[in-house]
Design a protein around this ligand. Structure first.
Ligand code: SAM
Length: 426
């Protein structure tokens, strides 16, 4: 481990807390995909930085460590009251939780001891912003519903305009200001692979809305019914890192209706094997803490996809003051989520090859302050060491709502968080 990991965190957005836990700032990680724009921290961190929280973090007489101790006491008490009333499935879930809890607590303790990163954490929302830029995302400003747009019969005719800026340096040395020219490319926005192959991010226009497209990235916006169009003709052009965050059915997603959910059986038909690179792929699947779902993934989904389970990573969620976003032992609202990792064999993967890969450590924990509802932190980089096949890895995110340099994003709204209202210009 580095002596002082702070300077490298400032650049990379990743802070190694100990051998098994890291703190990440998704804004810094995402900003590595942009040269002309940057992600606005105030719009990314739309929750857990409200005035009550920030007052707590700056004025509270109790240190984060002391309040964590009092929370631990409450947790113990709650657990005592709870355990007898759990049904069989909940008991299995509770056992799973008890197994992972020491890793989560150890990671959280490491964060609370890292005073340098705690200071940075409190200011993440205002990082590098001038006041003008840090205003709240206007609640009134309308957002284009990409899902609705993609569902109408005219959808195949809708086009997106990609604006490429070129610097004209011809007269720069003669004292003239740098001139720019804009090249426009127009292409269908739905059921079409739209790519920015350039080394700069670009602005795109769709129905008077502006979207920022990262450098060297592409998206395919379609319904699940058209996902087969993403399958490469040749598996050498397949993906060797596949991240999936399915719209699982669950009470809270239904309540908040931010996006439509799908019954589990729909995910059985995802063409994971067909998307896989010739030399195999590492697959990372976000799951909820419901035991019924874990059971479905282990016994139905992974076998159907041809995926062999390898390890579990955990995303632990904290507020701006370093405290967990909820009680660790609260049964239905755990302040952590699980990322299941597994390997998918490619056409040419002979059995010994994947076995020789860097073994994936189990129970790694990454800690961050959550962004918008259901928005996952960009964890691709934490997985790269375990990806089989060519370097740089060919990466795809399924059911994506944002884009990242070097990745293909597929889903019915991969442009959602690319809306220019989530960005500020550099
Ligand atoms: N990982 C994303 C993030 O961090 O923001 C969140 C993904 S969210 C859990 C699931 C996504 O799947 C939503 O964007 C939802 O609109 C999309 N989705 C739901 N039904 C779909 C369908 N039939 N076809 C394609 N995408 C769908």
């Amino acid at each position: 481990m580095e002596d002082n990991p702070l300077p490298s965190f400032i650049k990379s957005g990743i802070y190694q807390l100990n051998l098994t836990a890291v703190f990440i700032d998704p804004v810094r990680l995402l900003n590595r995909s942009y040269t002309r724009f940057r992600v606005s921290p105030s719009t990314y961190y739309s929750r857990f930085f409200d005035s009550t929280n920030s007052t707590q973090s700056t004025n509270s007489t109790q240190s984060p460590k002391a309040s964590e101790d009092s929370r631990k006491r409450k947790r113990k008490q709650k657990k005592k009251n709870k355990v007898q009333s759990l049904n069989e499935r909940e008991q299995i879930a509770d056992r799973r939780h008890q197994e992972v809890k020491p890793f989560l607590l150890k990671a959280h303790e490491a964060l609370l001891e890292a005073t340098d990163i705690l200071k940075v954490l409190r200011n993440l929302r205002n990082d590098g912003c001038v006041v003008r830029e840090c205003k709240e995302l206007s609640k009134e400003s309308s957002e284009l519903s990409l899902m609705e747009l993609g569902g109408v019969w005219q959808a195949p005719m809708y086009e997106i305009v990609l604006n490429y800026y070129h610097d004209d340096k011809t007269f720069q040395n003669e004292g003239f200001p740098l001139a720019h020219s804009i090249e426009q490319r127009v292409t269908p926005v739905f059921n079409n692979l739209v790519a920015n192959e350039g080394n700069d991010d670009i602005e795109a226009e769709l129905f008077n809305h502006k979207y920022i497209i990262p450098k060297r990235s592409c998206f395919y916006m379609s319904d699940l019914q058209q996902i087969d169009s993403l399958i490469p003709a040749d598996s050498d052009c397949g993906f060797n890192l596949i991240v999936i965050d399915p719209p699982w059915e669950n009470g809270s997603a239904r309540q908040k209706v931010r996006y439509p959910t799908l019954p589990n059986r729909y995910f059985l038909s995802l063409p994971v094997k067909e998307l896989c690179h010739t030399s195999g792929a590492l697959l990372a699947l976000w799951v909820t803490n419901r035991e019924k779902l874990r059971d479905f993934v282990e016994n139905d989904l992974f076998p159907k996809w041809g995926v062999t389970y390898a390890a579990s990573f955990y995303w632990l969620k904290v507020k701006a003051n370093g405290i967990l976003t909820g009680e660790l032992d609260l049964f239905h609202h755990r302040p952590y989520e699980c990322l299941l990792l597994g390997y998918c064999k490619g056409k040419d993967t002979h059995s010994g090859k994947l076995a020789r890969m860097n073994p994936i450590p189990d129970n790694r924990v990454f800690i961050s302050v959550p962004g918008d509802y259901s928005r996952k932190p960009p964890i691709g980089e934490l997985l790269l060491d375990y990806v089989p096949g060519p370097i740089p890895a060919r990466c795809v995110e399924l059911f994506a709502r944002e884009m990242i340099a070097g990745w293909t994003s597929w889903g019915n709204e991969p442009l959602h968080f690319q809306d220019s209202r989530y960005f500020v210009s550099k």
